[in-house]
Ligand binder design. Structure first.
Ligand SMILES: Nc1nc2c(ncn2[C@@H]2O[C@H](COP(=O)(O)OP(=O)(O)OP(=O)(O)O)[C@@H](O)[C@H]2O)c(=O)[nH]1
Length: 445
C-alpha cells in the first residue's frame, strides 16, 4: 500500500508526511502533477492525494490518472483550504473520490488509513462462493484468486453449510437459485441463525438472474447484505466485496474488543473468578432456570482462615498468591455450569445448579482439601459454609447467602479449617475437618 501525495504547500506536505510516517504508511511526495503522473505510469499507488491549486490543474490530473491502466478504481482525494459546496460538486464531476478541508486533518488521515486497509483486504480474506454453474462462476473465481482472495467454491447449499461450520469466512457470495430445487436462501438463513454473534454477521452477496426491482429488494429481507445481477461485472463485484469485508472487519474488531472489556469488567483480576458484578450478571439466568425447573441447588461460602496473619507474616504478595490459589482450585473442581466469584477480600462464593446434597458435600471437601494442600507451605487453610436445597423454592439470593454465612460462622467458631453445612431442617452440622496442618509456621495454633 503506497500513497502518492501531490502537495503545493510545504507546511502541509511536511505535516502530512510526518503523520503518515508515524503511523507507518508508505508514500511518495511530489510538488507538481507532472512528476506525479509520470510516477503513476511506473508504479501502482493505492490512493492519490492532490492539493487544490486551481480547478483546471486537478481536473486534468484526475482525468489523466483515470485513463491509466489499473487506475480506474484508485481513490483520488482532493485537499483544499477553501472548502465549498460548489467545489465539492465540481470535484465529484471530475472523478475525485472525496474532498477534504485541510483543517479537517484527522478525517484525512482516517480516509488514507481506510484506503490502506481496503487495499490489503484481498490478501487476507476468505470467500465462500456458492454457485452451481461453474461455466459462469469459474472466471470470476479465477479473477478473485488472482487479486489474492482465498475462494472456496461449492455448488449446493448443504456443502456450503458444511464449510461454514468448519471455517471462518469473511464473506459469502451465494447464487439465489441453485440446481435441483436447491436455493442459496437456505445458506443465508443458516448464517443468520448461527449462535456465534460474529459469524452470524458474515456479509452475504446474493447473485440473481432476476432483474425485477421488487424481487431484488427481497434480497435484503432474507438477510442478504447486497445483490448483483448475473453475469457480474468483476470490478463492481470486487469493490462491493472490499467494502463489505471492511465493515465486517470493523464490526468484528469492535465486538472482540467489547467482549474483552466486558470480561475485564466482570472478572476479579487476582483470582480470575467473577467479581460481584460478574456474579450478579451471570448467575441471574442460572438461578431463574434452577428455580423454574425445581432443580436441587447448593450454595457455598469459602473464607481463608486467619488471612490477616498470613499477610502480616509473609507479606501481601504471598497473600495475593493465596487468593489466586483459591481461583485455580475452584476452576479445577467445578463444572462449567457452576458459578464462582470472589465476593470481597478473602471471601468466595459458589452457586451450584442441579447439584444434590451429596455432590455438594463431596465438592466442598475436595475444594478444601486441594486448597490446603496447595497452600501448605504457608500453613494456610480455609473454612467453608455450605447450604444444599432440593429446590430454591422462592428463596432470594440473599437468603441463600445468609444460610451459608451462618454455616461459615459456625465453621470459624468451631476452630476453622472445616466444612459446615446448613441442612434442610435448619440444622448446622460439621461435615469434615481439613487435613491437619503441622509445622513451625502453623498459624492455626
Ligand atoms: N493480600 C491481600 N490481602 C487482602 C486482600 N483483600 C483483603 N485482604 C486482607 O484479608 C484480611 C481478611 O482478614 P479478616 O477478615 O480480618 O479475617 P481473617 O484474618 O481471615 O480471620 P478469619 O476469617 O476469622 O479466619 C485483611 O487483613 C485484609 O487486609 C487482597 O486483595 N490481597
Amino acid at each position: 500500500m503506497k500513497i502518492l501525495i501531490i502537495e503545493y504547500s510545504k507546511t502541509f506536505a511536511h505535516l502530512l508526511q510526518k503523520t503518515l510516517r508515524t503511523i507507518g504508511m508508505e508514500f511518495e511526495y511530489y510538488s507538481n502533477t507532472k512528476q506525479g503522473l509520470e510516477r503513476c505510469k511506473q508504479v501502482k499507488f493505492s490512493a492519490i492525494t492532490i492539493s487544490h491549486e486551481n480547478s483546471k490543474n486537478y481536473q486534468v490530473f484526475a482525468k489523466n490518472i483515470k485513463e491509466l491502466p489499473h487506475y480506474n478504481h484508485c481513490p483520488i482525494y482532493l485537499f483544499t483550504s477553501q472548502f465549498s459546496q460548489d467545489l465539492l460538486i465540481e470535484a465529484f464531476n471530475a472523478n475525485i473520490t472525496e474532498v477534504f478541508a485541510k483543517q479537517n486533518f484527522l478525517s484525512i488521515i482516517h480516509s488514507l488509513k481506510r484506503s490502506a486497509l481496503l487495499e490489503n483486504i484481498a490478501s487476507q480474506a476468505k470467500i465462500l462462493y456458492v454457485d452451481d454453474s461453474l461455466a459462469q462462476s469459474s472466471n470470476t473465481i479465477l479473477q478473485l484468486q488472482q487479486i489474492g482472495y482465498q475462494v472456496k467454491h461449492v455448488s449446493n447449499a448443504s456443502n456450503a453449510i458444511d464449510l461454514i461450520e468448519h471455517n471462518q469466512f469473511d464473506l459469502a457470495i451465494v447464487d439465489l437459485i441453485l440446481d435441483k430445487g436447491d436455493s442459496g436462501l437456505s445458506v443465508v438463513k443458516y448464517i443468520r441463525a448461527l449462535s456465534d454473534d460474529i459469524q452470524q454477521q458474515m456479509p452475504v452477496i446474493v447473485l440473481t438472474n432476476d432483474a425485477d426491482k421488487a424481487r431484488l429488494l427481497d434480497v435484503f429481507l432474507i438477510g442478504g447484505n447486497d445483490y448483483m445481477i448475473k453475469p457480474v461485472h468483476f470490478d463492481e463485484l470486487n469493490l462491493r466485496i472490499r467494502s463489505l469485508i471492511m465493515h465486517y472487519r470493523e464490526y468484528r474488531e469492535t465486538k472482540l474488543e467489547n467482549n474483552k472489556l466486558e470480561k475485564i469488567a466482570l472478572t476479579d483480576e487476582l483470582s480470575n473468578l467473577y467479581n460481584r458484578h460478574g456474579f450478579n450478571e451471570t448467575s441471574r439466568h442460572t438461578f431463574d432456570y434452577a428455580s423454574r425447573k425445581k432443580l436441587p441447588i447448593a450454595f457455598m461460602l469459602i473464607d481463608i482462615d486467619l488471612f490477616k496473619e498470613i499477610n502480616d507474616n509473609f507479606g501481601h504478595q504471598i497473600g495475593d498468591e493465596i487468593i489466586a490459589a483459591v481461583g485455580s482450585v475452584l476452576n479445577s473442581c467445578l463444572r462449567q455450569q457452576d458459578i464462582a466469584a470472589r465476593w470481597g477480600g478473602d471471601e468466595f462464593l459458589v452457586f451450584f445448579s442441579d447439584c444434590d446434597e451429596q455432590n455438594a458435600r463431596t465438592v466442598a471437601q475436595r475444594i478444601q482439601h486441594k486448597f490446603n494442600l496447595k497452600t501448605a507451605k504457608y500453613q494456610c487453610s480455609c473454612s467453608i459454609g455450605l447450604v444444599a436445597l432440593d429446590q430454591i423454592n422462592q428463596r432470594e439470593f440473599s437468603q441463600l447467602y445468609d444460610l451459608a454465612d451462618q454455616a461459615l460462622y459456625e465453621a470459624k467458631e468451631r476452630g476453622r479449617n472445616q466444612v459446615v453445612m446448613h441442612d434442610l431442617s435448619g440444622n448446622i452440622t460439621m461435615i469434615s475437618n481439613g487435613p491437619s496442618i503441622t509445622g513451625s509456621n502453623n498459624l492455626m495454633q
